[in-house]
Design a protein around this ligand. Structure first.
Ligand SMILES: Nc1ncnc2c1ncn2[C@@H]1O[C@H](COP(=O)(O)OP(=O)(O)OP(=O)(O)O)[C@@H](O)[C@H]1O
Ligand SMILES: [Mg+2]
Length: 508
């Protein structure tokens, strides 16, 4: 499908970008060809989002050229870029949850009625056109409803529909699939392939290697702000790709033999949920978590994993069944109750539930521990510093300093800091909801190793991930959810197919 010999529709050369003296892009190049899907790869903090922001006019580069269809361009705003035919879905989706779906699709560029009607917004047209645009990506929802009434996955698709709303030659997607399930990813890919067929040049960023290989014609790799190379995807083995990203040979680690850790069955029952549920959200679920075990929670998006996590953390209140911690029945009416019992939840949505963008990396990491200590004791600056430095080191958080506002870190590094925050509370049970979303392959490995190390020290982990390969690799036991109820349990060492079989069994 690639257009050998074709000229790039957009070519960037010699791009430099610094933030107050810190150079994050150095002589970077990128060529986007019509009718091609091009993946931009690199570790967290490599400069992918920054390059995208330069090319879409969000940031001004400190040097370099951009040529589009033979013309030198210099978009100074996303709107200017859009007018040139460059449409973008940014990593952090900036939609308005309290506006309707249709308003989000058209915000700032509503179809208007003619002169005689005084340029009023033509709502019937807005709704019809929004429906048409969403239909283009296979989404059939009520466009008059608030965006916030839909799951993140749907919101993400709306963001893509919004980007597609203009006549574009180049479509840029910065980690569009991180909150989509397998089905939705396939839907999105079908749309991308159709757009490629229409001659669009598509730039795609994802940390999921299988997705990158499924969709890409061409791959560019950045490392530490520098250009490493450009390859046809078919000519670059995954091992070679990872080595290019890391700048060193990558030895594929042997599968984590979680199931080889012994004695988990005899371990103390830390948490025991019996018929725990909530009307309309989760059917009664039985679940036991032992000290020192990693319990995987598998299921498709919408299976009820997040709902269960929220009940266990007191974010929602169960209206049936009972919950015991250390054999004592407890009732959580808010997260503070759960935290007092040593439970921590690292939430799924980094931006809304996670980071406080204006606060420093240090303050963000110290936040949950300080909340747990309450008014009894205030963490001194020195204590906070030690804590933050420890986690910056163990999780490899890429930041200029622990005093940097966390909002300035790359997406994946913000995610690592949120994990650090909850690890810092030294929980007895850590609930991780999609912890490695947006985290690069090497960092994923580091984080999982840190989590397994803590589990060996006695901490229990409830691990939720859409990446089935990750769930089966790290879990001592897997509880499978389907349609908001528990389908069953599988022992550690089960295969991905066995989990999928259990999920599918209910639909047979
Ligand atoms: N506004 C800013 N001010 C200062 N530094 C910044 C700013 N934006 C980004 N950076 C820094 O630039 C570097 C590159 O960040 P960028 O967001 O481009 O990485 P990325 O490759 O997209 O990573 P990820 O995979 O985690 O999303 C990071 O070290 C980040 O901290
Ligand atoms: Mg990024």
């Amino acid at each position: 499908m690639t257009s050998a010999g074709a000229l790039p529709v957009l070519e960037l050369t010699g791009i430099d970008k610094s933030f107050s003296g810190n150079q994050v892009l150095r002589d970077v190049q990128l060529r986007l060809y019509p009718g091609e899907i091009h993946s931009l790869m690199g570790q967290n903090g490599a400069g992918k989002s920054t390059l995208i922001k330069v090319l879409t006019g969000v940031l001004e580069s400190n040097g370099g050229q951009m040529v589009m269809q033979g013309q030198s361009i210099r978009p100074d705003s996303p709107l200017a870029a859009q007018k040139l035919g460059i449409s973008t879905v940014y990593q952090e989706v900036n939609l308005c949850p309290n506006l309707s779906v249709a308003e989000n699709v058209f915000a700032g560029r509503y179809p208007r009625c003619g002169m005689s009607q005084g340029y009023r917004i033509d709502w019937a047209a807005v709704h019809r056109r929004a429906r048409e645009l969403l239909a283009r990506i296979g989404l059939d929802i009520d466009v008059t409803q608030l965006l916030s009434s839909y799951p993140v996955a749907v919101q993400q698709l709306v963001a893509i529909a919004r980007a597609l709303g203009v006549e574009s030659k180049v479509l840029i997607l910065d980690e569009p699939t991180s909150s989509l399930d397998e089905d939705e990813v396939q839907k999105l890919f079908a749309v991308l392939r159709r757009l490629r067929g229409e001659g669009l040049a598509i730039l795609f960023v994802s940390h999921f290697l299988n997705q990158v290989y499924a969709i890409s014609d061409r791959i560019t790799v950045l490392r530490n702000g520098s250009w490493v190379g450009e390859w046809m995807a078919s000519a670059l083995e995954p091992q070679a790709l990872i080595s290019a990203m890391l700048g060193r040979e990558f030895a594929a680690q042997a599968a984590r033999s979680a199931q080889q850790r012994e004695g988990v069955e005899d371990a103390v029952v830390l948490l025991d949920a019996q018929g725990l549920g909530q009307a309309g959200r989760l059917q009664p679920v039985d679940l036991r978590v032992h000290a020192g075990e990693v319990l995987g929670l598998a299921g498709l998006l919408g299976a009820g994993r997040t709902e269960l996590a929220r009940l266990l953390f007191g974010l929602d209140t169960a209206d049936r069944g009972k919950l015991q911690i250390d054999g004592q029945t407890v009732q959580f009416s808010n997260p503070a109750d759960a935290v007092q019992h040593g439970i921590a939840l690292c939430p799924e949505e980094r931006k809304t539930d996670g980071i406080v963008a204006e606060l420093s990396v240090r303050e963000n990491i110290a936040l949950a521990l300080q909340a747990r200590l309450g008014l009894r004791k205030f963490l001194s600056l020195a204590e906070q510093t030690t804590l933050a430095e420890h986690f910056v080191k163990t999780l490899g958080i890429k930041t200029a300093s622990i005093e940097t506002p966390i909002g300035l870190l790359s997406g994946g590094n913000q995610q690592k800091a949120v994990i650090a925050r909850w690890l810092a509370t030294d929980p007895r049970l850590l609930i991780l909801d999609e912890p490695t979303r947006g985290i690069d392959v090497a960092a994923k490995q580091e984080i999982m190793e840190e989590i397994l190390r803590l589990a060996r020290g006695g901490m229990a982990v409830l691990f939720i991930s859409s990446e089935m390969s990750e769930v089966v690799r790290v879990s001592d036991r897997i509880a499978v959810l389907r349609d908001r109820s528990k389908a069953g349990e599988l022992p550690g060492g089960s295969t991905e197919d066995e989990v999928y079989e259990m999920i599918a069994a209910g639909h047979a």
